[in-house]
Design a protein. Sequence first.
Length: 338
Amino acid sequence: MSAMSKAVPLIDLSAYYARPRDPLALKALFAQVDRALCEIGFLCVTGHPVPTVAILAAQEVARRFYDSPEPRKETARAIRHKTRGYTPLGDHSLSYSMKGEGERPPADLFERYRIGPFDFPDDEYHRSRLEGAYAPNVWPEYLPEFRTVLADYYRGMSLLSRDLLRVFALTLGMEERWFDGRIDKEMSSLCLNHYPAPSGPPLPGQLRAGAHTDYGTLTIVAPTGEPGGLQVRVRGGDWENVFVPPGTFVVNIGDMMAQWTNDRWVSTLHRVANPPLQASVPTRRLSLVYFHQPNPDALVECIPTCRDASRPPKYAPVTAGDYISRKISLHFQSYRAA
């Protein structure tokens, strides 16, 4: 099994974390990152500071939740699609917002648990956004270690996202901490996506997760390795599998980062394929998916190095909160219409 796809490069971040830093190694790293994000919008990363044991611990406690009887899982049920907590199988279709009016894609074959920001200060900035970006989390009280382990994992992903954005800033020729003041009140979410082994053939057009692009700045995925995994759409329209070994993350940018870079970097369609139906092949799969979003009031406008006389800004400035709200509204309007 390959460590990556032909289209998605495997990139070692060690040069960024090295002390002292080697300027030539950094230059090579930034060239790799820029090429990947210009061409496919995806990269697989190693050489990061997140211990493999932390990834495995988070995956294990997530499995224990999904192995719970349905009545217990329902105690952590999300009240609405946009809120925190558990949403069951058949309650998602990530391709809704990609379809035309009146089209109804079948439900995706996964269940999800969503965790949002926590431990934020009790101030007016956060209190005014408790119905949205900082909505309270829902935790399964019968599984106390769930909160402890996944809160630690969320914090680790927050730090890794900060570092990746620093790499992105340097890659774009900006000051290393250019994004820092725009993400210090981030509204990111961690999703535990569980893809059960199929109980029978899928419906026509039904996938584990339908084709979609992500909304925000970047996404960090830690998948398990069973069949029926991530596919990216490459130039020419073909779908290509992406495999990674334990300890390696799949990172992709979302629509917001593409807009921030004036479409220098691309947000690419991806999906989760169906596994084979052979009973002898284990196909249950789990992915830890961290969707990084900046501060709600961060202004998303063309990054200075991504514009010039021949490349004027394509998009009007917008706050990150408004941008994400519009994306979510489009998704759920399609969902309700269907």
